[in-house]
Design a protein around this ligand. Structure first.
Ligand SMILES: NC(=O)c1ccc[n+]([C@@H]2O[C@H](COP(=O)([O-])OP(=O)(O)OC[C@H]3O[C@@H](n4cnc5c(N)ncnc54)[C@H](O)[C@@H]3O)[C@@H](O)[C@H]2O)c1
Length: 429
């Protein structure tokens, strides 16, 4: 039996975008020790600096606003948070208490390059290494060998099978998925908990409780447990068809004679993908290509950028170029002709239809049993209405749009599934 009161040490494997963000929320949850493990000390020190900067931002309202400013986070929701009220609470719920400062919190952070040393006294492990199945399998084998036998092993994978990730761990009943939906865990409410085929109810329950305790600044932490595992979980899976459509559109526009510098109308897509990491997006698509449909094969431009090492904001270059302050340098311009070319392909209802279709597939497969829950998950994950809100009344015309889209792009995956076309989803309240 796992005793929640005995979970005092958390180990995070990987100190990149996600590992640093997860370590931050784990430190703010008040754990006695949070150990970040990565390949070398340079990466670990970069991670430490990032965590420190983000915790310092929570000391005072002034620090918080400065931090948002320095990171180009102009979002009015973030700017208008009642940070003072939040900061007033105790650290145990994740917000800096009056008598706690960054130094005290950071003293509980440990850095480690040797995984056996880093997890030997860990009571809960969260893996957040590069999205490669063989790598994750190797890490879970080590975790099974070196961490205490009762320790639950969680993976932050965005797409991959928890059963496969944990198959060499020696304790599949203690392996679960714990997916933080945004690349800034303290600013995203949604955490999806996924069972592998052999995960025990106890491991899932303990993981839910731990996830629920991770602080979130923009609202109450929202955790959801999937009925069963599926590639891409819920929120990512629903948005992925739109992702491959965007990629198709980028390649199609470039093949039609426009240059990348003219594609300013798509800067929002470039900026978001750069922030997530092009390598992460690419690896997810490769996984989907192999396990779901060849229609997910990464596009030409994305593949070219990956081969050139342009993996996103984390290295200062992806679709866009980024300077040291995290701002975009010389972005593509909004060109009238290119925008005119793009506009007919940017019908908002097509994106709604793609999301509805994927959400219906999740119901069809039994990953979730209620469409209302899917809408709630999407709202908590990306602060947007879920696909069924509009789709309930428009699924027939949306289905037609998807047949047209499948024909235009040559991607048969875009065709509507039976659950969507028939409207049967309406009975899955
Ligand atoms: N980026 C996102 O928006 C996002 C969101 C949710 C989930 N995820 C998932 O989180 C995981 C990590 O993604 P990320 O964006 O943090 O990637 P990242 O590239 O920023 O970080 C990955 C880290 O793993 C480290 N690593 C690689 N091999 C290792 C090893 N053998 N031992 C220890 N560390 C090792 C790398 O050095 C790197 O620091 C992936 O599974 C990804 O799918 C990413």
């Amino acid at each position: 039996m796992v005793d929640l009161d005995n979970i005092k040490n958390i180990a995070v494997i990987g100190g990149g975008i996600m590992g640093s963000g997860i370590a931050q929320v784990a430190l703010l949850s008040g754990y006695e020790k949070v150990t970040v493990i990565d390949l070398d000390t340079e990466i670990l020190h970069k991670s430490k600096e990032l965590i420190q900067e983000r915790i310092k931002a929570l000391e005072t309202e002034e620090n918080y606003l400065k931090f948002l400013n320095a990171n180009n986070m102009e979002d009015p929701v973030l700017k208008n948070l009642d940070i003072k009220r939040k900061l007033d609470k105790s650290e145990s719920v994740g917000i800096l208490a009056e008598n706690v400062d960054t130094k005290t919190i950071m003293s509980r952070l440990k850095l480690e390059t040797d995984i056996s040393e880093g997890v030997k006294d860990a009571h809960f492990v969260i893996e957040a290494v590069t999205e490669k199945l063989e790598l994750k399998q190797k890490i879970f084998k080590y975790l099974g060998e070196y961490s205490p036998p009762n320790t639950i092993l969680a993976s932050n994978t965005s797409a991959m099978s928890i059963t496969k990730i944990g198959q060499h761990s020696g304790r599949p009943e203690k392996v679960i998925g714990m997916h933080f939906h945004t690349f800034f865990p303290i600013l995203g409410m949604l955490i999806e908990i996924t069972p592998g085929e052999k995960s025990s109810d106890e491991s899932l329950k303990v993981s839910q409780t731990i996830a629920q305790k991770f602080p979130c600044l923009i609202g109450k932490r929202f955790t959801v447990q999937l009925e069963k595992e599926t590639a891409g979980l819920i929120a990512n899976r629903i948005s992925l068809p739109s992702g491959i459509y965007f990629e198709w559109l980028i390649d199609y526009t470039l093949d039609s004679g426009f240059s990348f510098e003219q594609l300013g109308a798509l800067n929002f897509v470039f900026g978001l993908t750069d922030s997530i990491g092009l390598d992460t997006s690419y690896n997810i698509l490769k996984y989907f290509e192999e396990h779901v449909s060849p229609d997910f094969a990464p596009g030409k431009l994305l593949t070219k950028l990956i081969n050139a090492g342009r993996v996103g904001k984390k290295v200062g270059k992806g679709y866009l170029d980024w300077n040291e302050n995290g701002s975009i340098e010389n972005p593509p311009l909004i060109d009238e002709k290119a925008t005119e070319f793009l506009m007919p392909h940017l019908d908002a209802e097509v994106f709604s239809a793609l999301s509805l279709n994927e959400a219906c597939r999740l119901l069809e497969e039994g990953v979730v049993t209620s469409y209302r829950l899917i809408d709630k998950i999407i709202f908590k994950g990306i602060s947007m209405p879920g696909p069924f809100r509009e789709g309930k009344g428009k699924y027939k015309e949306f289905s037609k749009k998807l047949y047209d889209l499948a024909e235009k792009t040559g991607k048969s995956y875009f065709k509507p599934c039976k659950m969507m076309e028939s409207g049967k989803f309406l009975s899955y309240r």
